[in-house]
Write a protein that binds this ligand. Structure first.
Ligand SMILES: N[C@@H](CCC(=O)N[C@@H](CS)C(=O)NCC(=O)O)C(=O)O
Length: 272
């Protein structure tokens, strides 16, 4: 399998034993890896990366993940990046309990859901989240440095654009892309407890964090009763508490939404 496994001679990384996860509480990409680790019953060592203070762009972290993104997994000294690839890595390295079906057609579908989450991350999820919250995680004054250290120019373009704010049309396009996926999920969940049948798989693990984040920020899930029931079902699993709930803000969603709205308003008044 072609994975973003970093070859490194940095002994602070290569000497790490066991499973180390570099992650952030509310990051949906981190959430899906935490869910897979917990569902597999693996012991992992947590390293929270403070995105608010841009700890992810410090040299020690760039040595683990050159794009400065969370999550990153270091397993026995070997860094693996990209949440979808980490899911595949965990499945290959720790196959029991399995999170991919033994039925090849279903396993293919499950992998497609994982890849879909990855391919929509910037153009739909991040765009809707940043657009609806008026969020920009970088300051204009930091962009020159960011452009120098960031090898992925699509990230530089995204963050530069986010400083000017997303237009209502861009936010709506992102919403429609997400609604299209949620329509498909809803259809799959009509007769199934989980996306590809009666067992949770990487497909559910890849998409549950999107629901958690978007729901918290006010995406309208009322047209999707099947998704709401599916989310409730997963909220009852012990993994949910250890992988999601324990890392979320301890305030009701409406407080987070109001904060996001205020932030959007403030940014309009005073562009970064
Ligand atoms: N394709 C990456 C995306 C990871 C990503 O965008 N992570 C966000 C948090 S959800 C992040 O690290 N943001 C910090 C930044 O952009 O500086 C993955 O799936 O792991």
């Amino acid at each position: 399998m072609n994975m973003p496994i970093l070859e490194t001679e940095d002994s602070t990384i290569t000497s790490l034993k066991g499973i180390h996860l570099y992650h952030a509480g509310m990051s949906n990409c981190s959430m899906r890896v935490r869910l897979a680790l917990e569902e597999k019953g693996l012991t992992w060592i947590s390293h929270e990366v403070d995105l608010g203070h841009q700890e992810n762009l410090e040299p020690w972290y760039l040595a683990i993940h050159p794009k400065g993104l969370v999550p990153a997994l270091v397993h026995d000294g070997v860094p693996v990046t990209e949440s979808n690839d980490i899911l595949h890595y965990l499945e290959e390295t720790f196959p029991n309990p399995a999170l991919l079906s033994s039925n090849p057609a279903l396993a293919t579908e499950e992998n497609e859901w994982v890849d879909l989450a990855a391919s929509l991350h910037m153009k739909a999820i991040k765009t809707w989240v940043y657009g609806s919250t008026g969020g920009a995680s970088k300051k204009r004054s930091d962009m020159m440095h960011y452009a120098e250290i960031q090898p992925d120019k699509s990230l530089v373009a995204f963050h530069t654009h986010s400083l000017d704010g997303f237009s209502a049309e861009e936010i709506e396009t992102a919403r429609k892309m997400l609604a299209d996926v949620f329509d498909r999920m809803e259809a799959r969940l009509k007769d199934n407890d989980y996306l590809t049948g009666d067992a949770q798989s990487l497909a559910d693990i890849a998409w549950l964090p999107q629901y958690v984040l978007l729901n918290m920020l006010g995406f309208d899930f009322r047209p999707y009763p099947g998704i709401l029931a599916w989310a409730k079902r997963q909220e009852q699993r012990p993994s949910y508490h250890r992988a999601v709930a324990d890392w979320m803000p301890k305030v009701p969603n409406w407080v987070v939404r109001t904060g996001a709205k205020l932030m959007r308003f403030y940014r309009k008044l005073k562009p970064a």
